[in-house]
Design a protein around this ligand. Structure first.
Ligand SMILES: Cc1cc2nc3c(=O)[nH]c(=O)nc-3n(C[C@H](O)[C@H](O)[C@H](O)COP(=O)(O)OP(=O)(O)OC[C@H]3O[C@@H](n4cnc5c(N)ncnc54)[C@H](O)[C@@H]3O)c2cc1C
Length: 425
């Protein structure tokens, strides 16, 4: 008999040291709606630039997607580089790639400088091919990476048996040295603690109910009836953004969807020693997995159920059909780990909601026609790859009216204005 899995994410088991209930400073330049990774990255940079900032979070910091994901800090997005080039053209794909690399360096630096204890391990990542087609695409990607001087290693199926001896049924893989894994909630809490000592005000358990006013005098009304005023606001509310967006633009440009992860119980040492601490994925990142201590986490499989979990905003529910597909995937690709799970059950299974965009890139900048109202959201499944630098870009736009990061040009919200095929309300 399997024991019942819990639906609390692994990362949220660590008790909190402090809950933020800061009083509002007498004068505020910026209010950030939402305390996930996007909100806190923006807040960290803004505070460092001397922008007087407050974060308002409905629940606890990192209680939604930012504390429910797999903690993989990837170079690139789910699509392999050859597909990014196909979608964006060579030049823009490389701008995007360099943005993500810089984001990654920024994350590593802040974790180091601020001594953020978030189990950060930068040992690399492996994109595995399940099909001959994906293997061909990895070979193309490798050629592109050679051209661009991106360090990587193409691994054929025989070599894979040495590198990842418990894996079965993969055609080959691409190894990227710079990828990392961490505890994503601990990262967000670390940013909060660091920025808080620099003067950032944070209020948790403080749902924002309404937003009024305009550039220079926004009025933010929260659940207990209090009102806060600021010169500008940033929407960092991810999948829940439509409820506070007066323009209707965000509801038309983004869609919510839900992802699911399972975590095994602690695995025997003989298994753990043969599983490296890499960020790993297969099937164009639709399935993703990693070790956290002695446990394996495995997510994905939403493509395998009707509706692909699109439109979902409830992260308190787990889809048992997806759990079944994840266990079947484990049986096919890591049979030794599957037999451990068969004998002892999974430890926990949880879900998280994300904000998707039609082109897979976030919305970073002003809402068209709404001056002073910025967004830092729509990170699809890749917030850890983008949010650090996206947050810096927004803070720069607020401070100087422009950002130094060229990649942010790809994230402008006005790319969705009048685009045919966009979902309308
Ligand atoms: C299962 C799963 C696996 C994933 N794996 C990875 C991965 O390995 N690597 C990676 O890079 N990305 C991954 N992601 C994606 C990543 O988690 C997201 O891109 C990222 O966390 C988005 O951050 P965010 O701050 O925009 O959103 P969130 O973390 O959802 O934060 C939004 C916040 O806004 C708050 N909020 C909403 N409405 C209000 C309101 N009215 N008032 C106040 N606050 C409000 C919410 O409570 C929430 O805390 C994964 C996501 C999931 C669900």
């Amino acid at each position: 008999m399997h024991s019942l899995p819990s639906d609390t994410p692994l990362w949220q088991l660590t008790p909190r040291v402090e809950t933020y209930r800061d009083p509002a400073p007498p004068e505020l330049d910026l209010i950030i709606l939402g305390g996930g990774v996007a909100g806190l990255c923006t807040a960290w940079h803004a505070t460092r630039m001397g922008i007087r900032t407050m974060v308002l979070e409905a629940q606890e910091l990192a209680s939604r997607a930012s504390g429910r994901n797999d903690g993989q800090v990837l170079l690139g997005l789910g699509e392999h580089l050859n597909r990014l080039v196909g979608q964006w053209g060579h030049e823009d794909a490389m701008v995007l790639w360099r943005f993500i690399e810089e984001n990654h360096r920024g994350i590593a630096k802040v974790i180091h400088d601020e001594e953020i204890d978030c189990s950060y391990q930068e040992q690399g990542g492996l994109r595995l091919a399940e099909t001959p087609q994906e293997w061909k695409e990895l070979i193309k990607t490798s050629a592109l990476m050679d051209q661009e001087g991106i360090l990587h290693q193409l691994v054929n199926s025989e070599e894979l048996q040495t590198l990842l001896p418990l894996a079965r049924g993969f055609r080959g893989a691409l190894f990227l040295g710079g990828e990392a894994i961490f505890d994503p909630r601990a990262f967000v809490l670390g940013l909060a603690s660091s920025a808080s000592t620099d003067g950032l005000a944070i209020r948790e358990n403080c749902p924002v109910m309404n937003l009024r006013g305009e550039m220079g005098d926004f009025i933010v009304e929260v659940e207990d009836g209090q009102r806060f005023r600021s010169l500008v606001v940033v929407h960092a509310t991810s999948a829940l953004c439509p409820s506070l967006d007066r323009s209707g633009f965000l509801a038309r440009s983004l869609f919510p969807f839900r992802g699911q992860i399972l975590a095994t119980r602690e695995l025997p040492d003989a298994v753990v020693q043969r599983m490296p601490a890499w960020a790993m994925s297969s099937n164009f990142c639709y399935e993703y997995f990693r070790m956290h201590g002695k446990r394996l986490t495995l997510g994905g499989m939403r493509w395998n159920v009707r509706g692909e979990e699109s439109g979902m905003t409830d992260d308190s529910l787990v889809n048992p059909e997806i759990t079944g597909h994840l266990l079947a995937w484990l049986q096919t690709h890591f049979p030794l780990i599957a037999s451990e799970v068969e004998n002892r059950g999974t430890e926990r299974v949880w879900t998280g909601i994300m904000a998707g965009t039609p082109d897979g890139l976030p919305l970073v900048g002003e809402i068209p026609g709404h001056h002073g109202e910025f967004t830092c959201l729509g990170f699809n499944g890749y917030g850890m790859s983008l949010a650090w630098l996206a947050g810096q870009s927004v803070a720069e736009m607020i401070q100087d009216g422009r950002t130094s990061h060229r990649g942010s040009g790809l994230f402008r919200a006005d790319r969705f204005l009048d685009e045919p095929g966009l979902p309308h309300r």
